[in-house]
Design a protein around this ligand. Structure first.
Ligand code: DON
Length: 564
């Protein structure tokens, strides 16, 4: 059984700790990994300024909202998993909330769900939760004043930053939708050359001014002040449902974390309204029934068994998961016995059909009878005091609703699309849902975001999470398997080839890097295999059994990690 203990011994012989010097080593204060070097630097600066891992995470989030604003920002939401130096574990739910005027059928036209309504413009917007979450984390667990972190990020917005090639790609893909909203077009289209390229500078003075307003007035500016009023005015003029009173009633919810175990390690992850933690733990429970390490990471058998387990879990996701304040999400999904029962239906010699969800303990029988890009962001931080953070933040798809509230520079999310607009009708990510995730006033849409911590004997060894819609669950799961079963350090764990199965559509997505032999072998076993060049974007920070630290951004992207 591969563990970091074994790896540490092997690594000493072969001296293979695969991360670069910039990413591993003995930190004076802590480590940071994000998808963007400017944001990573902001996190490290917070550590240098005397902040802890929580301050570093807040600095990363605020700066990502500037330099990676198509993915996340204060107009969106986030989930934050924290392990504090005193051993407490917290999960802060900053997910968007449906406005009070939202109705179950708000996206139906002539009886059919219209994805344009849930994906672009006024109706697609949920009440943002990221700023409330950052303020909560800062007040209760940070050390630096929030205003100082806002001011630092405002300077980046004001001075501008050089676009990377991902940003340029997103602009190209989203150009025509951004052009529909004059305020967004002024910033993201006219603020740049007509055909932008990597290296062009984007300045966002309005966003800088908004950050400074909050540095001066606190987050009430956002939830109870000028920003809420301006948003309501824009919504009224454009057929939206969001009001200033929705903003005033928004609250970050501290929730009870999902806890599981895998081969003696403790897994702590995000509870509903995320499906992430529940299904990462459920799939690990299923896989614990198999000798995964003996199958070998590059093998057909490994991909097959993981894919079959994913299929079973995603069938349950579609049926049982939703905002727990509205839907009864059975805790039995986390039970080892339930997983053992499901595992009995899993055959190693061929892909099995999964016709429907299972019936986990505690379920109420009568309760209710495409593209995979990286439009979200995950970042991880840790410090030598013992604070660890895993945070995933999102506007949902690229540039969210594409709406910037006039005069504020703040882009709003389109997370209303994560609800199930109609039973069985897939959303942007091809995910289907049912009653549990139907739209209701003030309900939070189901998510896959999975900011997760792994602990051994109470000591954190990994902070991990990902972007990429439902593949977030698969990426997080695979990073954990690669750490625990195959003894890999973060960079290797993230570099290894990925797979994803979400039950519907019945397709097994695999990265090309698995190679033709594995791909053909899976087809022979009856899987409908779709080969993707690259799947997702995950970031991680880790500490092995020998006490060595390491951080890594996804080697597929342009992110960075650092130690201070
Ligand atoms: O919360 C969720 O699961 C999604 N809205 C996350 C979106 C995402 O990862 C976009 N990336 N492809």
């Amino acid at each position: 059984m591969g563990t970091w203990i074994l790896v540490a011994a092997v690594a000493m012989l072969a001296s293979v700790w695969p991360a670069t010097a910039a990413e591993s080593g003995a930190p004076q204060k802590g480590l940071v990994a994000t998808v963007n070097p400017v944001a990573t630097e902001a996190g490290l600066q917070a550590l240098r300024d005397g902040g802890n891992a929580v301050d570093a995470a807040i600095a990363c989030a605020l700066t990502l909202g500037v330099v990676d604003g198509h993915n996340s920002g204060i107009g969106g939401g986030c989930f934050m998993t924290l392990r504090l130096a005193d051993g407490r574990i917290l999960t802060l739910d900053g997910r968007e909330m449906a406005p009070a005027a939202a109705t179950r059928d708000m996206f139906l036209r002539d009886g059919k769900a219209d994805p344009r309504l849930s994906q672009d413009g006024a109706l697609s917007v949920g009440i943002p939760g990221q700023m409330a979450t950052l303020a909560f984390a800062s007040t209760h667990h940070g050390r630096l004043p929030l205003g100082r972190l806002l001011e630092a990020a405002a300077r980046v917005a004001e001075q501008g930053f050089a676009l990377d090639r991902h940003y340029v790609g997103r602009l190209r893909e989203t150009r025509s939708q951004l052009a529909l909203f004059p305020e967004s077009a002024a910033i993201f289209l006219r603020g740049l050359p007509e055909t932008p390229s990597a290296g062009d500078r984007l300045r966002q003075p309005d966003l800088a001014a908004s950050y400074r307003q909050m540095a001066a007035q606190g987050v009430d500016w956002f939830y109870r002040g000028e920003f809420a009023r301006k948003t309501e005015a824009w919504m009224k003029a454009h057929g939206g449902a969001v009001t200033a009173s929705d903003f005033a009633r928004y609250e970050v919810v501290p929730r009870e974390p999902v806890r599981g175990t895998y081969r003696g390690y403790e897994i702590v992850s995000f509870p509903p309204p995320s499906s992430g933690g529940v299904h990462v733990v459920q799939i690990l429970n299923l896989l614990e029934r198999f000798d995964v390490a003996a199958l070998g990471d590059g093998s057909i058998e490994f991909v097959h068994v993981v894919a079959e387990a994913m299929k079973l879990a995603f069938a349950d996701r579609a049926r049982w998961l939703g905002d727990p304040d509205f839907a009864k999400v059975p805790r039995g999904l986390l039970s080892k016995d339930y997983a053992a029962g499901l595992a009995r239906s899993l055959r190693m010699d061929r892909a099995s059909a999964v016709p429907s969800a299972g019936l986990p303990p505690g379920a109420d029988r009568d309760w209710f009878t495409r593209e995979r890009n990286r439009h979200t962001t995950h970042f991880s931080t840790a410090d030598t005091e013992g604070n660890w953070v895993a945070c995933t933040a999102s506007l949902n798809t690229s540039f969210g609703s594409k709406v910037v509230v006039p005069g504020t520079g703040i882009l709003l999310n389109n997370h209303m699309d994560d609800f199930s607009a109609q039973p069985g009708v897939p959303n942007f990510f091809g995910l289907v849902g049912a009653e549990a995730n139907a739209i209701e006033a003030r309900k939070r849409p189901l998510s896959s975001m999975s900011p997760t911590l792994v602990l051994k004997d109470g000591r954190p060894i990994l902070s991990v999470g990902a972007a990429g819609g439902p593949t977030i669950i698969s990426q997080t799961l695979l990073a954990i398997l690669r750490t625990i079963d195959f003894g890999k350090a973060p960079r290797e764990a993230l570099a290894a080839p990925r797979l994803h199965h979400q039950w519907k559509p019945d397709e097994l997505h695999v990265e090309k890097a698995w190679g033709p032999a594995v791909i053909e072998g899976l087809r022979r076993r009856g899987h409908t295999v779709v080969v993707d060049a690259s799947l997702g974007a995950a970031q991680a920070v880790g500490r092995d059994a020998a006490g060595r630290w390491s951080a890594s951004a996804d080697p597929r992207g342009e992110g960075s990690s650092g130690v201070w």
